[in-house]
Design a protein around this ligand. Structure first.
Ligand code: MIG
Length: 638
C-alpha cells in the first residue's frame, strides 16, 4: 500500500503555504487522534514500543519521546536539554511502534506544544493557543513511505549549487577583504581544500542590510571576482532588520512602500537589533516580500552567489516599549530599599529585555489584506524571508544556482533554502546533538543542513574540531564557524594540520557520493541521512540507536563524540565492510559480522561501513569542488 494523506480542518486556519498539494478536507477527526476542542488538544496513546520521530531541529534525541517541545522560533544560543524551543518549527511527527506507523503534520503558524510523554509517559498531546489549523494524517506501512508521502505534499527540497558541498570557513570577526583573503591564503598555503569563506555582519556599513562598507571592501566586485577566479565563493550574512536612517535607500523605500511591520496604531514597530533601531520588513506580505527579495540583486550584481539569512526568528534585542518598562521597574527598585526579592526582580528585569513575548504581540502583518498579530504567525517570518530571497533568485537570476540557508525555519522554507542549526557551543554534547538533529531535519525536507563545525560559542579544542569534522564530512552543509571572542578555530590555527588536510580531502573525495545521494534524496523525496531503525525496522537492536546513521544508500557512519575516546562500540544489523580512513589513500578494511563490536579509531581516523552489495565511489583529492573529476572514480566494494 502506498502511503495516503487525509486533511482535517479546525477553526479558521491561516494559510501557511507549507503544504503544496491540495488535499480535500475530510469530515470528522483523524482516525488516530482524540480531539478536544475545548481544551485545544489533540492526543494519542502511545504503546511502550512507540518511537516518535520528527520535529526537525529540536533539542534531545532522534526519538522525541519524554519531553515537551514548543514550536516557537527562538533566538536562544543555549541549546540545552532543558529547553523547549530552538530556532525552528517543523511540526511533523511520525509514530512507529514497530508494526504500525503513522505521521502527522500540524499546519499552524503560531505556537504548537508537543507533550510527548512528558505529562504522562504513555500519552502524546499536541496543543495550541488557537485551534485554527489543518491536520494532515498520513498512513503508510513504513516510516520511509510516510516520510516520502509527507515530502510529496510539502514539495521538493532545495538543491544548492555543487560547490556548496565543499568546505567553508567562517568566523564572526572577519571584517575586511584582507581578512577574507588571508583565510583563503592560509588554506591554500597548507593545501587544505576550501570552497567558501563567509562574511559575517562586519562587512556592512553600520550593519545596514544590502550594503558593503567601502572602507573595508574598497572594490567589492573586483574582490568577489578575484576570489572566484581562485575558486572561492564569498558568502555574506543577511539580517532582516532595516536600519532607520534617513537617506538610506532601503529604509526610505520600505517606508514609502509601506513594507514594514506596524503596530496597532498603524505606525511602524521600532525594534533594536545590530544596526541599532530598525523596522522589520513584512515578509508575510507578497509586495514586501518581492521588494526585499529584489534587493538581493545588489549583492548578486557584485558577483555574490551565496547567502545565509540570520536573526530571522526574528530576534529582537529590545523595543522602546520594553526598554522603558525595564527602566521604570529599575527606578522603582532604586527608590525602594533593595532586599533579596528586589535583587531577583532586578535580574528578571534585565533578562526580560530581549526577545520579550510582549514584543511579539506588539506588531502586525498585512497578509495580503488580512491584518494578523505577529505572535499568531511568528513561525512564518523566517520562512517568508527565505522565500523572498528564493523567489527573487528565480526572477532576477534565472538559471543561476545560488546558495541559501537560514537560521530560523518552518516547513515550506525547505523548498527555497537549507538551514544551519544556529549558535551551538564547542561542546562534545553538541557534536552529539548535531548527529541527532540531522535525520530529523532530513525527515522534514531540510536536506541541505549542518551545524557550526567545531562549535560556535565557547573555546573549541583541537580534538573536538577533529572529531566534529569526522562527522561533518557527511553533512551536506559543512562550515567551520565560531563566535567573536572565542578561541580562533580555522584549521591552520592547530598543530595537526596534516590530519586536517587529510580529513577535508576525504570529504572532497566523497563529494561524488554525497552529491549523488543528496540529489537522489531531493528528487525522490527520500532522506539523505536516516536513523538506523528506518532501514532495519525489524531488527529490535536498531530501535534505540541514536549515534549511528545511514548516509545515502550505501553507507553507515558511527562518529566518535566522546573526548579522549580511542574508539567506540557499534552495532551492525548485518555484515558490513568497515573502512577505517586516515586519508583518501590510507585506510584499512575489515569485514565485520552482524552484532556488537568495539572499533578502534585514533583521533585522525574516520569510520565508514559499506553495506553489502554496495560500493563507495571515491574521487581523486581536489582543492575545490570544481576541480573534482566526477568521471574517474575508484570504488571500494562492500
Ligand atoms: O547576535 O552575525 O547565529 O552565526 O555569527 C548574533 C553574528 C548574530 C548570530 C548567528 C551567528 C553569527 C552572529 N549572529
Amino acid at each position: 500500500m502506498a502511503a495516503e494523506t487525509k486533511r482535517f480542518r479546525y477553526g479558521d486556519p491561516i494559510e501557511t503555504d507549507a503544504v503544496m498539494v491540495e488535499i480535500p478536507v475530510s469530515a470528522g477527526d483523524p482516525a488516530g487522534l482524540k480531539v478536544d476542542p475545548g481544551a485545544k488538544t489533540m492526543s494519542r496513546k502511545m504503546s511502550e514500543e512507540t518511537i516518535v520521530y520528527g520535529l526537525g531541529e529540536t533539542v534531545r534525541g532522534i526519538n522525541k519521546r519524554g519531553w515537551l517541545y514548543k514550536s516557537f522560533n527562538a533566538d536562544d544560543p543555549h541549546h540545552e536539554e532543558g529547553k523547549n524551543s530552538l530556532y525552528a518549527s517543523q511540526n511533523f511527527i511520525l509514530l512507529d511502534d514497530g508494526t504500525s506507523c503513522c505521521g502527522y503534520y500540524f499546519d499552524h503558524p503560531g505556537a504548537v506544544y508537543f507533550d510527548i510523554g512528558y505529562t504522562d509517559i504513555d500519552m502524546m498531546t499536541v496543543s495550541f493557543d488557537d485551534m485554527d489549523l489543518y491536520v494532515y494524517e498520513i498512513e503508510g506501512d513504513t516510516p520511509i513511505e510516510i516520510v516520502r508521502e509527507f515530502r510529496r505534499i510539502i514539495g521538493p527540497s532545495y538543491i544548492p549549487p555543487k560547490w556548496a558541498f565543499g568546505y567553508g570557513q567562517s568566523r564572526w570577526g572577519y571584517k575586511t577583504a584582507g581578512d577574507i583573503r588571508e583565510v583563503a591564503d592560509k588554506y591554500d598555503e597548507l593545501d587544505i581544500p576550501i570552497d567558501m569563506v563567509y562574511m559575517d555582519i562586519d562587512y556592512m556599513t553600520d550593519f545596514k542590510v544590502f550594503t558593503v562598507d567601502p572602507e573595508k571592501f574598497p572594490n567589492t566586485k573586483d574582490f568577489v571576482s578575484e576570489m572566484k577566479e581562485r575558486g572561492i565563493h564569498v558568502v555574506p550574512n543577511t539580517d532582516p532588520g532595516v536600519k532607520i536612517e534617513p537617506g538610506y535607500d532601503v529604509y526610505e523605500e520600505g517606508l514609502k512602500g509601506g513594507y514594514f511591520c506596524k503596530k496597532e496604531d498603524g505606525t511602524e514597530l521600532v525594534a533594536a537589533v545590530w544596526p541599532g533601531k530598525i523596522h522589520f520588513p513584512d515578509f508575510l506580505n507578497s509586495d514586501a516580500r518581492r521588494w526585499f527579495g529584489d534587493k538581493y540583486k545588489r549583492m548578486t550584481d557584485l558577483g555574490i552567489d551565496g547567502f545565509w539569512n540570520d536573526m530571522n526568528e526574528p530576534a529582537i534585542f529590545y523595543t522602546d516599549e520594553t526598554l522603558s518598562g525595564v527602566y521604570e521597574g529599575l527606578d522603582k527598585l532604586r527608590n525602594e530599599e533593595m532586599d533579596i526579592w528586589g535583587f531577583f526582580k532586578f535580574k528578571e528585569l534585565m533578562d526580560s529585555i530581549d526577545n520579550n513575548p510582549e514584543d511579539y504581540r506588539r506588531f502586525y502583518h498585512d497578509m495580503d489584506g488580512k491584518k494578523i498579530r505577529h505572535d499568531k504567525v511568528h513561525n512564518l517570518y523566517s520562512f517568508n524571508m527565505t522565500r523572498a530571497a528564493g523567489e527573487a533568485f528565480k526572477r532576477n537570476n534565472p538559471g543561476q544556482e545560488i546558495l541559501l540557508f537560514s537560521r530560523a525555519s518552518f516547513i515550506g522554507a525547505h523548498r527555497y533554502g537549507g538551514v544551519w542549526t544556529g549558535d551551538n557551543m564547542s561542546w562534545w554534547s553538541h557534536l552529539l546533538l548535531n548527529i541527532k538533529q540531522m535525520p530529523s531535519l532530513n525527515m522534514t525536507g531540510f536536506l541541505y543542513s549542518g551545524a557550526d563545525t567545531g562549535g560556535f560559542g565557547a573555546d573549541t579544542t583541537e580534538d573536538l574540531m577533529m572529531r566534529w569534522i569526522e562527522f561533518s564530512i557527511f553533512t551536506p552543509l559543512f562550515r567551520n564557524h565560531s563566535a567573536l571572542g572565542t578561541r580562533e578555530q580555522e584549521l591552520y590555527r592547530f598543530k595537526r594540520t596534516d590530519d586536517f588536510r587529510h580529513l577535508i580531502e576525504l570529504r572532497y573525495a566523497l563529494i561524488p557520493y554525497i552529491y549523488d545521494a543528496f540529489v537522489k534524496a531531493a528528487k525522490e523525496n527520500d532522506m539523505y541521512i536516516r536513523p538506523m531503525a528506518f532501514d532495519y525496522r525489524s531488527d529490535p537492536n536498531c530501535r534505540d540507536i541514536e549515534d549511528q546513521l545511514l548516509v545515502g544508500d550505501s553507507i553507515m557512519i558511527a562518529p566518535v563524540y566522546e573526548q579522549n575516546a580511542k574508539g567506540r562500540f557499534v552495532y551492525l544489523p548485518e555484515k558490513m565492510k568497515f573502512v577505517r580512513f586516515r586519508s583518501v589513500d590510507d585506510y584499512d578494511v575489515e569485514i565485520l559480522n552482524k552484532g556488537n563490536h568495539h572499533i578502534d579509531l585514533a583521533l585522525n581516523e574516520v569510520a565508514v561501513f559499506i553495506l553489502p552489495g554496495h560500493s563507495l565511489p571515491m574521487a581523486k583529492p581536489a582543492k575545490r569542488v570544481g576541480e573534482i573529476d566526477f568521471e574517474n572514480l575508484k570504488y571500494i566494494e562492500g
